[in-house]
Design a protein around this ligand. Structure first.
Ligand code: SDX
Length: 376
């Protein structure tokens, strides 16, 4: 038996046709399409179809998906009631999303089936309903009435409308649409790997997504974006960026939003979101400050450690400028990544084998039992 390197670094555990990360070249492909092309030309809904079905949708397929997502955005009463309860207690939003996911499964008759058609239906319900759940949670905890899902809006427009109570402008919608595109899938990151391990036991899509949410919530993974925003707010001005970063590094602290297990050059998603940040800031007067600050931090980290920003770094100022509360940044990440997680669950179930690695035992050698009376 071969002993894998710690963290399974560079260990290939099996095939996938869903996405490909070229860490040396700094490239990401969804079903062969470059994420830069998709961010420039496609919508999040086209990417959802691509991840699930293997190719870009025709106009008719896209219209059908958009219509179905819009129809399914209304959440069942029991899930709504659960969200309203959780919003009244200081729950962590990612924990609330995981609990709501379980309740969505209770209300989804297809949730106990692992047939491709039933799983696709459950996947669609999750992508459709996450924006409603996250927006409802936010409005309820601010003692505001929830906003009904708009009847025929994109995921990005529907989410911002339900969050704010009024529709966003096209620039804001497109900024979030691109952010959702670049977060949708990323090969076997920790949360997607978690989803596949759970799916390999033939557990349901909902069980796999609940586990993936737990993995994503950690600060070394999807939880980093919230900590990036807290760091930017703590730094405050571009002039303070360099001393702040050097101070963190002197304490051997990790700089949130930087470094990556796979990318040895710039994360293409960080480059895309940096452009979104700059373009969006020009559109919004007050936004420029956050971009300038983020750019200076990135410069300081590069100077100090030659580390590149990852997807979480520029995601933070973009979400902040969209008016999304910081502790909802990771749920927004999940709102997109649930498309990738469900694609991987369906791929796992299509060619399943239980994922069960071994461990290298380093405990005590076999020894005799010691009765309680003899243990002093
Ligand atoms: C995501 O896997 C994916 O695909 C994830 C993701 C996706 O789309 O699903 O891309 C999304 O999770 C992005 C990553 C978000 N996390 C963070 O931003 C947290 C901060 N980053 C790090 O903790 C770290 O870079 C990791 C966890 C992302 C990767 O860590 P590795 O591969 O285990 O690398 P390592 O910890 O062994 O570090 C290697 C060296 C070390 O130096 P030495 O101790 O060997 O001298 O690089 C240094 C580290 O100290 N280093 C950092 C650093 N990241 C690496 N030093 C300071 N700050 C950092 N952020």
């Amino acid at each position: 038996m071969a002993v894998a390197p710690s963290g399974l670094e560079n260990v290939v555990i099996g095939p996938t046709a869903i996405s490909c990360v070229d860490g040396d070249a700094g490239e990401l492909y969804y079903r062969g399409y470059d994420v830069r092309d998709l961010a420039r030309e496609a919508s999040f809904e086209e990417v959802v179809w691509l991840l699930w079905h293997g190719d870009l949708p025709t106009a008719a397929e896209l219209a059908r998906l958009r219509g179905e997502l819009a129809r399914q955005r209304v959440i069942p009463h029991r899930t709504a009631a659960l969200i309203d309860t959780l919003a009244r207690i200081p729950a962590v939003p990612m924990a609330a999303l995981a609990l709501a996911t379980g309740m969505l499964g209770v209300d989804d008759p297809a949730s106990r089936s692992v047939t491709p058609s039933d799983e696709l239906q459950s996947a669609l319900l999750l992508v459709a309903r996450y924006p409603t759940i996250i927006a409802r949670y936010e409005r309820r905890r601010r003692h505001l009435e929830p906003v009904e899902p708009p009847s025929n809006a994109s995921t990005a427009t529907a989410f911002l409308t339900m969050l704010r109570g009024s529709p966003p402008d096209p620039v804001e919608s497109r900024a979030l649409d691109v952010l959702l595109i670049v977060h949708a899938d990323h090969e076997l990151n920790a949360s997607t790997f978690t989803a596949r391990v759970i799916a390999s036991t033939l557990a349901s899509v909902y069980a796999a997504v609940e586990g993936a949410l737990g993995a994503l919530s950690g600060p070394l993974h999807g939880g980093a974006n919230e900590r990036v925003m807290a760091m930017l707010e703590q730094i405050g001005t571009p002039e303070r960026a360099e001393p702040f970063i050097y101070g963190l590094l002197a304490q051997k602290k990790r700089i949130m939003g930087f470094g990556h297990r796979v990318y040895k050059t710039e994360d293409p998603r960080a480059a895309i979101l940096r452009e979104v940040c700059l373009e969006f800031a020009q559109h919004r007067q007050h936004g420029r400050g956050w971009c300038d600050l983020a750019m200076r931090v990135a410069e300081a980290v590069w100077q100090a450690r030659h580390l590149y920003p990852n997807v979480d770094f520029f995601s933070a100022p973009v979400q902040h400028m969209l008016g999304i509360p910081t502790d909802l940044f990771t749920p927004v990440f999940a709102m997109s990544r649930v498309a990738g997680w469900t694609a991987h669950v369906m791929e796992q179930h299509a060619h399943n084998r239980l994922i069960r690695p071994r461990a290298e035992y380093v405990g005590p050698p076999p020894r005799r039992f010691v009765p309680l009376a003899a243990r002093g």
